[in-house]
Design a protein. Structure first.
Length: 248
């Protein structure tokens, strides 16, 4: 990309810009030169947002690019922000700023003096008014696009999950335990935490008192007792004695 960014403009984009500019020139407020009033202007000041005739374009070039940057609407390559600024301004809106205090029916026969007084001296600009710039238009455009995206609910960055990731996400959501209630910032225990705390299984006293015998009379360990005690050590909750199966 070169210094002025023109290399980034493709032929398709350049053709689109030409159609936009052609349409702007057909608007009633842009059919005459913004300074002298001549018909069918084909030049423009891209930082002032105005369409001007060939004669006035030469005077604008003599002002310096810090005041006016002149481009041909048909011969030059335009950048997107320049076209956007022309769309947002135009001769009528621009002159409301530069000619806000211009006396009615002012003599413009000495056109060069008129242009220099208008743009160099800023003689007819309303006090305290701020000059519209391409940077402000670009920022407003970015803000508008961002707000439009929020209205549509479009996230700033999105990524489509793969099939494996989607299956794994659904599986984790199904088996994930519910979130636990944490302590408050003040350090006090919340009542909900007390209510949600799991109650440890209660082991019947008869089970807790069971001792593992070393050997029976035959010198072997009772298999039933080992299995029974093993269940107690694994903290399995046993049914109360009232529910044990009885046999007559």
């Amino acid at each position: 990309m070169n210094g002025n960014g023109k290399a980034s403009v493709s032929k398709e984009l350049d053709a689109k810009h030409s159609k936009i500019l052609e349409g702007l020139l057909k608007l009633p407020e842009n059919r005459e030169c913004a300074d002298c009033g001549n018909k069918a202007p084909r030049w423009a000041s891209v930082n002032l947002g105005i369409f001007i005739c060939m004669q006035c374009s030469g005077i604008h070039r003599s002002l310096g690019v810090h005041i006016s940057k002149v481009r041909s609407t048909t011969l030059d390559t335009w950048l997107p922000e320049q076209v956007a600024f022309m769309q947002s301004m135009g001769n009528e809106k621009s002159n409301k700023f530069w000619e806000a205090e211009l006396p009615p029916n002012f003599d413009r026969s000495r056109i060069e003096k008129f242009i220099r007084t208008k743009y160099e001296e800023r003689k007819w600009v309303q006090k305290g008014a701020t000059q519209p710039t391409t940077k402000a238009v670009q920022i407003n455009d970015n803000v508008s696009k961002f707000l439009e995206g929020l209205k549509r609910g479009i996230p700033r960055k999105t990524r489509t999950l793969s099939l494996e990731e989607e299956i794994l996400t659904k599986h984790i959501a199904q088996i994930a335990p519910p979130p636990t209630v944490g302590r408050s910032r003040g350090g006090s225990l919340d009542m909900n935490e007390k209510a949600a705390a799991p109650i440890p299984p209660r082991v019947p006293p008869s089970v807790a008192e069971v001792q593992v015998p070393t050997n029976n009379k035959n010198g072997t360990t009772d298999l039933y007792t080992l299995l029974y005690v093993n269940n107690v050590q694994q903290e399995y909750t046993l049914a109360p004695p009232s529910r044990w199966a009885t046999f007559d």
